[in-house]
Design a protein around this ligand. Structure first.
Ligand SMILES: Nc1ncnc2c1ncn2[C@@H]1O[C@H](COP(=O)(O)OP(=O)(O)O)[C@@H](O)[C@H]1O
Ligand SMILES: [Mg+2]
Length: 249
């Protein structure tokens, strides 16, 4: 098992005006899982992702990550776990403007305790950009890239530290449907190579590319089931067919 949550609660502003965002969440994720967390706005998805990503700590409950109880870790130790084990992808890409794709991807390596040379950092960043199909865009800045390309740079940045877990909060929320399929195709390829992926989405069309769908409602898990995974590469092929049909009609 890669990670395990046991009775995780998160209360914001404990006291009279408190919000209980997570109510005794228990969840196990195995290595190689590809899970989508769904739920309406305010159901606790981002709160759960922040705890899973060691960006925030639970009010109570236990979070075991690779067998380590990280729920009681200090901010510094959490940051260390985060840098070594977790890659993040966000809806709004969060890239540095006026900074090349390669430099954006290198950034996490500057903070890593791997102590790589500049040459090694360049190599790692280039490899990560090649994985997401951006070998020809190393020197482009975000404003010279499409939304889909920017998200691919963000995925490369998440991969460059070779994480055990990829967390993606609404990764296709700002992308058109075809570009979303391309992102799901990259996720499926990475997952097939063994990367564990946890993604938040409110779009059923996106969730069906994952292996498992967990539904949150009002801070509780109300459904958690395996999903017959749809193949994104096939969906992309079919997409091409559809546009050709339009062109020839
Ligand atoms: N920093 C915060 N302080 C107080 N309440 C918060 C905070 N973050 C989230 N909440 C509340 O916690 C609940 C869950 O929020 P969130 O995890 O962002 O849901 P989702 O991502 O599913 O939309 C909501 O009621 C929200 O208003
Ligand atoms: Mg959210």
């Amino acid at each position: 098992m890669l990670l395990s949550l046991d009775k995780i609660r998160k209360v914001y502003r404990p006291g009279s005006l408190s919000v209980e965002a997570l109510k005794e969440i228990s969840l196990n994720i195995d290595k190689g899982d590809f899970s989508t967390i769904m739920g309406s706005s305010g159901s606790g998805k981002s709160t759960l992702m922040n705890i899973l990503g060691c960006l925030d700590t639970p009010t109570s409950g236990t979070y075991l990550l690779k067998g380590k109880n990280v729920s009681g870790f200090s901010k510094n130790r959490l940051a260390d776990v985060r840098n070594r084990m977790i890659g993040f992808v966000f809806q709004n890409f969060h890239l540095l403007p006026r900074t090349s794709a390669r430099e954006n991807v290198e950034l996490p390596l500057l903070y890593s305790d791997e102590k790589l040379s500049w040459k090694e950092m360049h190599k790692r960043a280039q490899e990560a950009l090649e994985i997401v199909g951006l070998a020809d865009r190393f020197d482009h800045t975000p404003n010279e890239l499409s939304g889909g390309q920017q998200q691919r740079v963000a995925i490369a940045r998440a991969l460059v530290s070779k994480p055990s877990l990829l967390l993606a909060d609404e990764p296709t929320g700002n992308l058109d449907s075809k570009t979303s399929l391309e992102i799901m195709n990259i996720f499926q390829q990475l997952n097939n190579e063994g990367l564990t992926i946890l993604m938040v989405s409110h779009e059923p069309d996106i969730a069906r590319f994952s292996k498992r769908i967990t539904i949150l409602r009002d801070g509780r898990i109300v459904s958690d089931r395996s999903n017959e995974q749809r193949n994104a590469a096939t969906a992309l092929e079919n997409w091409k067919d559809e546009t050709e049909l339009l062109e020839h009609s």
